[in-house]
Design a protein around this ligand. Structure first.
Ligand code: PLP
Length: 418
């Protein structure tokens, strides 16, 4: 917009073309001020699950806002937070009994890291090493950048980031290497936590690994007393085909982070779920063992009500069936790219499809990224490649025809740029 004072995220304003104004959202679409619409093939940065402005969530927001706004959450509570916590405990992998609220994926991860270190300190056996997976992304705050992949995004802030141990990404055929490396690092009992994105590493390039690796990582973690933090900020709420990705590995992590789809993608909310052992380590007459964390908007009642409506939608509507149908269509869509020389790799996990475009220069700074974005936007499609990785992560209300159209557009992009 001309005369704008807005500094946009992950946006190089010097080269970004005019930024379109969105005036309305509905279902799978963003409606632009010029009267045209854009198909939101990445769920507006992976948050929208059922579709934009699901009527039931909008209603819950309106109703709650007429009686509650923000309430200090230290020393006070409210029904939406209480009810949502019970729902989350029953929906999450069994054994996660405590829910700590915050307001973004990054804060959910920061909370998880602090819980892990607090746990070991409070039980009198301090540990501070964190193990991370190569190519991970957990957010853009200092702590979450520290446990994420290092590169162009965080090079300027490197002096502020803490050291971690990195295990290789478990690429096909190299899974054992990952497990062996983790076992070697963790075996001396000095590692506080392993943090992973279960099954799909999102911003690192929609890299996928099998559930069996996750269950093995959990087994090794348990054997060495290392906590497993599952960052389900992106993978939660059906993206990988099940409610949580951990469900596919029958794994209960010690700590689970959820955000994005928690409110169906309407308003910000996050939760970090923890085992009773972690809660009990902070439960003490000794006030130094308090979990010292809060954000001002912790457990916002309107956001909690939106999340409760999301849970009800999962319960009352055939969401699991929609997710299954979308997953099947993505898998079928992938088949048409087999043997296509424009792409070097294709993969699907649940509702997420990703294809690596053959490109000489594949990194974030490669010219291909902005060109691809413009190519799709010209066709009324919001697709935001990660370097040369084209992916679709659509809301579950997308139709078969719309999805087919997206697969067509990807094929055309392959012909043009691959
Ligand atoms: N963790 C994962 C796996 C993510 O994909 C993201 C965001 O994309 C985050 C954490 C950070 O979430 P937020 O952007 O809400 O801070």
């Amino acid at each position: 917009m001309s005369g704008s004072h807005v500094w946009h995220p992950f946006t190089q304003h010097a080269v970004e073309p005019a930024i379109p104004e969105i005036v309305r959202t509905e279902g799978a679409y963003l409606h632009k001020a010029d009267g045209t619409r854009v198909l939101d093939a990445i769920s507006s940065w992976w948050v929208v699950t059922h579709g934009h402005r699901h009527p039931r969530i909008v209603k819950a927001i309106e109703t709650t806002a007429s009686s509650l706004d923000q309430i200090i959450f230290a020393g006070f509570t409210h029904e939406p937070a209480e009810r949502l916590a019970s729902e989350l405990v029953s929906l999450a992998p069994s054994g996660l009994d405590w829910v700590f609220y915050s307001d973004s994926g990054s804060t959910a991860v920061e909370v998880a890291l602090k819980m892990a270190l607090g746990y070991f300190r409070n039980i009198g056996a301090p540990r501070s090493r964190i193990v991370v997976m190569e190519n991970s992304y957990h957010g853009d705050t200092i702590g979450t950048m520290s446990v994420g992949a290092r590169g162009v995004f965080n090079a300027a802030y490197e002096p502020l980031l803490f050291n971690v141990d990195t295990i290789p990404f478990p690429a096909a055929g190299k899974e054992q290497e990952t497990l062996d490396r983790f076992e070697a690092i963790a075996s001396d009992g000095s590692v506080a936590a392993l943090i992973v994105e279960p099954l799909v590493l999102g911003a690192g390039g929609m890299l996928m690994y099998p559930a069996s690796v996750l269950s093995e990582l959990k087994r090794i973690a348990e054997a060495s007393g290392t906590l497993l933090i599952a960052d389900e900020v992106m993978t939660g709420w059906g993206r990988t085909g099940t409610l949580f990705a951990c469900d596919q590995a029958s794994v209960t992590p010690d700590i689970l982070c959820t955000s994005k789809g928690l409110t169906g993608g309407t308003i910000p909310l996050a939760a970090t779920l923890a085992t009773d052992a972690i809660f009990q380590a902070h439960y003490s007459a000794d006030r130094r063992k308090t979990f010292f964390h809060s954000s001002s908007y912790t457990a916002n009642p309107i956001a909690c009500a939106a999340a409760l409506a999301n849970v009800e939608i999962w319960r009352d509507e055939p969401v699991a069936e929609r997710v299954a149908a979308l997953s099947a269509r993505q898998a079928a869509g992938l088949k048409r790219f087999e043997g296509n020389p424009s792409f070097t790799d294709g993969r699907v996990t649940g509702t997420i499809l990703a294809l690596d475009l053959q490109a000489d220069n594949a990194g974030y700074l490669a010219e291909i990224g902005p060109k691809l974005r413009a190519f799709f936007l010209d066709r009324g499609l919001l697709v935001r490649p990660l370097g040369n990785v084209l992916y679709l992560l659509p809301p579950y209300c997308i139709t078969a025809e719309e999805l087919d159209g997206l697969h067509d557009a990807i094929e055309e992009a392959g012909e043009r740029f691959g």
